[in-house]
Ligand binder design. Structure first.
Ligand code: ZN
Ligand code: ZN
Length: 129
């Protein structure tokens, strides 16, 4: 397989394995397996995936852009303690969600902030926001 194609595929596999990595997290993961891959290659491949519709670029409150290989409509649960991100299903509202405003919906980002199950158990009494 051609080197560029091989690198693209390893970036994609890492994206699926990591869930919702930032570009830096993904670079560190891929670089650990393939020391030849450069940071700029990883960043460029991720941007290509986003513009080609092979991955979604996510903008979460207070964090770097993250990437998501899951293209089906879904929302995110974002733990404010550990930063983990979980997918939850969401109906696809693109077809009729904007009808009342005659708005053509192209993208949708839904982020719920809170505390994940593991973090709720971690410290008993929650210190709150
Ligand atoms: Zn958590
Ligand atoms: Zn997701």
């Amino acid at each position: 397989m051609e080197r560029r194609t091989r690198q693209k595929e390893s970036v994609y596999r890492a994206l699926v394995a990591l869930g919702h990595p930032s570009a830096t997290e993904l670079y560190e993961y891929v670089h650990a397996q393939d020391a030849e891959i450069s940071r700029s290659t990883v960043f460029r491949v991720l941007s290509d995936f986003a513009s080609a519709g092979r991955a979604r670029r996510l903008c979460f409150t207070g964090s770097d852009d993250r990437f998501d290989a899951t293209l089906a409509p879904h929302a995110h649960l974002h733990c404010r303690k550990c930063g983990r991100i979980f997918d939850i299903p969401m109906p696809d509202m693109r077809s009729d969600g904007g009808r009342a405003e005659r708005f053509l919906i192209e993208q949708c980002y839904v982020e719920f902030r809170g505390v994940c199950a593991a973090c709720q158990g971690a410290d008993g009494a929650d210190e709150g926001f």
